[in-house]
Design a binder for this molecule. Structure first.
Ligand code: NDP
Length: 296
C-alpha cells in the first residue's frame, strides 16, 4: 500500500479536545455554556444511535444537551411549535432535527423553521445561500469535516483540481462550495456524468459521496491524489455485515497519496464538527470571537 491513511478518529479527537478547551474557557471567562438541542421523530434504529452518540459527545465537550424524542405520528404542527420554543430558548445555541423525518412531514419546511443562527446542520436555505455566496454561514458538518482534514493534510488547497462525486444538498454541493472557497478548481460529478473514470483521474482531490459500495476503484485515482471517502454502505460479506465506503480502499490506497478509510475516516469528523458548529453558534450569538480552525 502506497498512500497515507488519514486517521479521521484522531482528527475528530483533536477537534473535540479543542472544542472542549474553548467551552471550558467560555464557562470560566463568560459564564456561558453552549447548548445543543437534538430532535428525533420516530424510532428509526440508526437515527437513535446517532442521536445517542451526539448527546454523549455534547456532554463530554462540556456543553448542555437537550434531547427531544417525539413519536412517529407527531403532527407537523407540533414539531414546528417545538422548534419555535427552541429558537426562543437562550440556553439553546444549536438545533438539529435528525433526518429522515416521517413521510407525513415536509423536511424543507421543518428545516427552514429553525433559526438560521442555530442551524448547526447548515441545511437552512439562508445558510445554503450564505455559503454559496462566500459569506459567513453555518456549514454542513460532514463537508466541514472533510475540509478540515484536507487543510490539515495539504496546508493550502489553492489551485488544486478537485472532483466531488455526488451532488446532494447535504454533502456534494456544500463540499464543492467549500473547496471552491479554498480556491480549488472544482468539478461536480453525478449519475449522468460521462466518463467518470477519466474525470476522477484528473483530480488532485477526489471526494466520493455517492452511496454506492466501492464504486471508485484504483484505476480511477490519479497517482498521489488525496481521496476522501464519505460513503457509508452496509454490505454482506463472508456471512457478516460490514461497513464499506464508496471507494474500493485496497486498490485506491495503492495509487493515492492519502486516503480516508471507512470506518474511521470522515464519519467520526461529522459529530466533532457538529460540536464545533454549536460552539461557533454560541460565540456568534454572544458577539464573541469564533474558535480558530473550527469553522470554514
Ligand atoms: P444521495 O443519495 O443524496 O446522493 C448521491 C449522489 O451520488 C447523487 O448526486 C447521485 O447522482 C450520485 N450518484 C449515484 N450514482 C452515481 C454513479 N453511478 N456515478 C456518479 N454519481 C452517482 O447521497 P448523500 O449525499 O446523502 O450520501 C452519499 C454517501 O455519503 C452515502 O453513502 C451516505 O451514507 C454517506 N454519508 C456519510 C456521512 C458521514 O457522516 N460520513 C454523512 C452523510 C452521508 P444524481 O444526483 O444524478 O442522482
Amino acid at each position: 500500500m502506497a498512500g497515507q491513511v488519514i486517521d479521521g478518529k484522531a482528527f475528530a479527537a483533536d477537534v473535540r479536545a479543542r472544542v472542549a478547551a474553548h467551552v471550558a474557557r467560555l464557562a470560566e471567562e463568560q459564564g456561558l455554556v453552549p447548548g445543543l438541542a437534538v430532535v428525533l421523530v420516530g424510532e428509526d434504529p440508526a437515527s437513535q444511535v446517532y442521536v445517542r452518540n451526539k448527546g454523549v459527545q455534547t456532554l463530554e465537550a462540556g456543553m448542555r444537551s437537550f434531547e427531544h424524542k417525539l413519536p412517529a405520528d407527531t403532527p407537523e404542527a407540533d414539531l414546528l411549535a417545538l422548534i419555535a420554543r427552541l429558537n426562543a430558548d437562550a440556553q439553546v445555541h444549536g438545533i438539529l432535527v435528525q433526518l429522515p423525518l416521517p413521510a407525513h412531514m415536509n423536511a424543507d419546511l421543518v428545516i427552514n423553521a429553525i433559526d438560521p443562527a442555530k442551524d448547526v446542520d447548515g441545511f437552512h436555505i439562508s445558510n445554503v445561500g450564505l455559503l454559496g455566496t462566500g459569506q459567513k454561514a453555518m456549514v454542513p458538518c460532514t463537508p466541514l469535516g472533510c475540509l478540515m482534514m484536507l487543510r490539515a493534510y495539504h496546508g493550502s488547497l489553492s489551485g488544486l483540481n478537485a472532483v466531488v462525486v455526488g451532488r446532494s444538498n447535504i454533502v456534494g454541493k456544500p463540499m464543492a462550495q467549500l473547496l471552491l472557497g479554498d480556491s480549488c478548481t472544482v468539478t461536480i460529478a453525478h449519475s449522468r456524468t460521462k466518463d467518470l473514470a477519466a474525470l476522477c483521474r484528473s483530480a488532485d482531490i477526489l471526494v466520493a459521496a455517492v452511496g454506492r459500495p466501492e464504486m471508485i476503484t484504483g484505476d480511477m485515482v490519479k497517482p498521489g491524489a488525496t481521496v476522501i471517502d464519505v460513503g457509508i454502505n452496509r454490505v454482506e460479506r463472508d456471512g457478516k455485515t460490514r461497513l464499506v465506503g464508496d471507494v474500493d480502499f485496497a486498490s485506491a490506497a495503492a495509487v493515492a497519496g492519502a486516503i480516508t478509510p471507512v470506518p474511521g475516516g470522515v464519519g467520526p469528523m461529522t459529530i466533532a464538527c457538529l460540536l464545533a458548529n454549536t460552539l461557533t453558534a454560541c460565540c456568534r450569538a454572544h458577539g464573541l470571537p469564533e474558535p480558530e480552525g473550527l469553522t470554514a
